[in-house]
Write a new protein. Structure first.
Length: 108
């Protein structure tokens, strides 16, 4: 029997390649989410003072099952973050805004 040091309870860690140009990341302060019956589309954008309109930086297309897994992973990681660093305060938690600047109303 092969022993892979995870006692059969945990899957082996996923090993991925990360290219330097991707590792640098892209700043986004706005996400627009849409969906069809077969896909969720997440457009990550940035809007800054003086910019005439938001600029989409990245588009991610997910199957519904993967979108739900992403939601769960985000919830789990936010919980862990708040356990370590304290509660994340979101002004106007009940309201959704289209952008972090100004008093725009919309759905993000």
């Amino acid at each position: 029997m092969e022993d892979n040091n995870n006692n059969g309870n945990q899957p082996a860690p996923l090993q991925m390649d990360l290219k330097p140009e991707i590792a640098a990341g892209v700043y986004s302060n706005l996400a627009l989410i849409s969906h069809s019956h077969s896909d969720f589309v997440l457009d990550f954008a940035r809007i800054l003072p003086g910019m005439p309109k938001p600029e989409v930086c990245s588009r991610i297309i997910l199957a519904p099952e993967h979108a739900k897994r992403l939601l769960g992973a985000l919830q789990e990681n936010i919980h862990k973050y708040e356990q370590e660093f304290g509660k994340i305060d979101v002004p106007g938690q009940g309201q959704r805004t289209i952008a972090p600047f100004g008093n725009h109303k919309g759905e993000a």
